[in-house]
Design a protein around this ligand. Structure first.
Ligand SMILES: Nc1ncnc2c1ncn2[C@@H]1O[C@H](COP(=O)(O)OP(=O)(O)OP(=O)(O)O)[C@@H](O)[C@H]1O
Ligand SMILES: [Mg+2]
Length: 314
């Protein structure tokens, strides 16, 4: 299958700054790909290059097989772009906004009405459709922005920090909307600085740092790269440390930390190992305070991969 996005050795300079410094990235159809990176990593520059708003100085970039440098007009018809800067008109209703955009795409009045209705339905905006946009909450407004970028039925939806500035409820609403679009088959490339957002939405996460890919994989793969899950057992008192260690040692090698009354054990099978550990502790009548399965977070992955230069592949 033709990749939705295929970038090879992409370079973009702004004066002395290499915003993109040989970036390689392939996004397969049917996926939500999240670009994760610190400020200035090159995320927006990449999205703008895919949207043909920035012209790279080197490398190649194809969108759905179409060369962005040679045929930018064709690429523009394949993409929808939303984010902090997408514009909807506050003095019009949501429905009027979408119908206007559909008309700008060259649809006749009737088709435009139908496209707007379909988008309103897909994003569950029916209830607010006939209210002026200026009365919308921030989250609802952002959802309408998302809708506006869908009107042209794009092959690829580009979202640059879609939830920045939203409150927790607005973020969750937008996550649901994006998740719904992805489930319906829309290809999504989004940027974010929020690790929980990447973890929640993305099939694949690409961590970029200084204009290059530092690591990529599913959220799960990235987490396992910096070490797998652990079972952590807090025992009630020092006397329980040795029995706990003995009980768990039958499952996997343990590490004991007397000062924090903690025994840890690697849990390659995640929840299964947690169950085994609980059973073993119970069988041995060990006095425990707390047992948890601890999984590395994407935050830990991000810090490990973007601050330690030795881990950044060159
Ligand atoms: N139009 C421009 N002119 C000059 N420098 C630019 C321009 N656009 C981006 N840059 C520089 O390129 C680098 C990458 O910027 P970019 O906006 O792509 O990063 P980002 O990952 O989106 O960061 P953020 O998380 O802050 O949005 C930065 O050093 C930035 O200052
Ligand atoms: Mg940016």
């Amino acid at each position: 299958m033709t990749p939705v996005v295929e970038a090879a050795g992409l370079v973009k300079r702004f004066g002395g700054v290499r915003a993109l410094d040989g970036l390689d990235l392939v996004a397969e159809p049917g996926q939500v790909v999240a670009l994760l990176g610190p400020n200035g990593a090159g995320k927006t520059t990449f999205v703008r290059a895919v949207a043909t708003l920035v012209r790279p100085d080197g490398g190649t970039l194809r969108v759905d097989g179409v060369d962005a440098a040679r045929e930018p007009g064709r690429v523009r018809r394949l993409i929808g772009l939303a984010g902090q800067y997408a514009a909807v008109e506050a003095a019009m209703t949501g429905r009027e906004n979408l119908e206007m955009i559909a008309r700008l795409f060259g649809q006749d009045r009737r088709t435009a009405r139908a496209s707007a209705a379909e988008v309103l339905d897909r994003l569950s905006l029916g209830e607010v459709a006939d209210r002026l946009v200026r009365t919308y909450s921030g989250g609802t407004r952002r959802r309408l922005d998302l809708g506006a970028s869908l009107v042209g039925a794009p092959r690829l939806l580009l979202l640059d920090e879609p939830t920045t500035g939203l409150d927790p409820r607005g973020r969750i609403e937008l996550w649901d909307a994006i998740g719904g679009l992805a489930a319906g088959g829309t290809n999504v490339l989004l940027t974010t600085q929020y690790l929980d957002e990447a973890d929640r939405l993305a099939d694949r996460v690409v961590i970029i740092d200084r204009g290059r890919v530092a690591a990529e994989g599913t959220p799960r793969e990235l987490k396992s790269r910096i070490g797998g899950d652990l079972v952590e057992v807090h025992v009630r008192d020092r006397a329980a440390l040795a029995p706990a260690a003995r009980a768990l040692e039958r499952i996997a090698p343990v590490h004991t930390d007397p000062s924090s009354l903690l025994v840890t054990m690697p849990a390659e099978d995640g929840p299964d190992d947690l169950l085994k550990a609980v059973r073993a502790l119970s069988d041995h009548h060990v006095a425990i305070e707390d047992v948890t399965l601890r999984r590395p977070t994407l935050d830990e992955v991000f810090l490990a991969l973007t601050t330690n230069p030795e881990r950044t592949p060159s």
